[in-house]
Ligand binder design. Sequence first.
Ligand SMILES: Cc1cc2nc3c(=O)[nH]c(=O)nc-3n(C[C@H](O)[C@H](O)[C@H](O)COP(=O)(O)OP(=O)(O)OC[C@H]3O[C@@H](n4cnc5c(N)ncnc54)[C@H](O)[C@@H]3O)c2cc1C
Length: 490
Amino acid sequence: MRTFEDYVSDLMKMKNNLYIGGERVGRDDPRIRPGINVIGETYKLAQDPEWEGVITAESPLIGKKINRFNHLHLSPYDLIQKQKMIRLSTQRVGGCIQRCMGHDAITALSICTKEIDQKYNTEYHKRFTEFIKYYQEKDLCAACAQTDMKGDRTKRPSEQHDPDSYVHIVETASDGIVVRGAKISITMVAYADEIIVLPTRALRKEDKDYAVAFAIPADWDDIHLITRPVWMRKRKAIKAPLPEYGVSDSIVIFDNTFIPKERVFMCGEWEFGRRLALLFANSHRHSYCGCKPAVSDILCGATALVAEANNIDKISHIKQKLSEFVGAAELSFSAGIAAAIFGEKTDAGTFFPNPIYANVGRRIMGETIYHEYNILTEVAGGLSVTLPFEEEFISKSTKPYMDKYIVRNPKFSPEESHRIWRFVENIVASGMTAWYQIAGVHGGGSPIMETITLNAEYDYEYRKLIAKYLAGLEPNLDQTKYLKVEPNIK
Ligand SMILES: Cc1cc2nc3c(=O)[nH]c(=O)nc-3n(C[C@H](O)[C@H](O)[C@H](O)COP(=O)(O)OP(=O)(O)OC[C@H]3O[C@@H](n4cnc5c(N)ncnc54)[C@H](O)[C@@H]3O)c2cc1C
């Protein structure tokens, strides 16, 4: 497995195809370093024997220990380990660990390529298996580029006024395809080795050219990354782990980009557009059952700490508020575990989480995210957003005032008090705050997408049957389909 240093060294060899703030820059640009540090943590943790079996897994494909972010999960146990891995690493970096998107993309492709081959006798699964062996062997990381620019949201891809609103095939040759279009909001692609492209929605026959999936190095010819980094203000004196981390999202432009055949995993099979999009989304919502509880852990911890700094931690309404974090985080985590043990082995061999439990686990966190920030804001007080700059705690003329007045609870020294409020400011009043709030709503699909999945997967007729039986409208109630399903716990 690569070390953090190996990962960074490989990144620095990549071609300059990033654009930030009006300039073309390399991967050594300091504005993307906070995101590199996040991914770096996934490499560091994999070297730590303490987390062996959580951050690492045994790959049957290459017969070696690999990073679990690159593993194709084979059992419910694997999926629960994945949740633990994501919760652990998210806690370490103070938020989104980013590498799960690539993981969910390989999960989806492993299953869908097999299904396309079964229907059309194609060779996508073989190609994908060769790719994944290389990916695991090299310990690469990938961004998942699913979200298209989409154009007019009431129109399908082939109906758009600009055909490039969705990434599509513009040319097919014996050695590969040429694609054009743009994927938006793509996290971590600026510091990923590879980009995995998937369709974003259900497609019809007319949208055939939009049914395309592939993987390609992130600095490949004719790919441009228009990148927006987010980071926290740099610390001068009171260094801490949190402000070392951040994120970058990019618009990924495919400007008549050639994709070699061996990297193409779907090419025109429009009937599988919905299936592939949903496999990614449902796997990603299962990943959220690991990461959103961790975001909740961080907000809960910040609230408990700042309550102590305000000396209100023993007051009953604070305790009641803290319990709200527990309710949401642990319900979501439990839904992830239920999704794992009621998941299913697919024909590809990859074990897939139950979509109902994965979606409800994700949904509860999407619904509570702003509320959780509100609890922290309420308990912290206004200082969380009005805290003077760090320099005022350093400058000789203002330091005595700052040290004197920053202390609310004398149990904490001036520096400890300052650290607490600086941390809270980073959590609730920095550029990262808005990113986490909006990611909490839209990441993995906007809330309506969870509703659509739940309505498609959930059997309302069966619930109506229960009502009819109890009301005396139906003589029989067949419960075997639901309550005889065995959990995968043996
Ligand atoms: C922080 C962050 C990180 C992200 N990272 C990634 C990433 O790494 N990779 C990736 O692929 N994507 C990523 N995304 C994108 C994310 O998956 C999308 O934002 C999400 O799926 C919603 O899509 P959208 O933004 O295009 O909004 P839309 O789908 O356009 O939704 C906007 C609104 O329009 C409504 N709407 C849409 N269509 C219709 C219609 N036909 N009729 C009526 N109403 C409609 C929706 O319900 C919603 O309310 C990220 C997003 C965020 C915020």
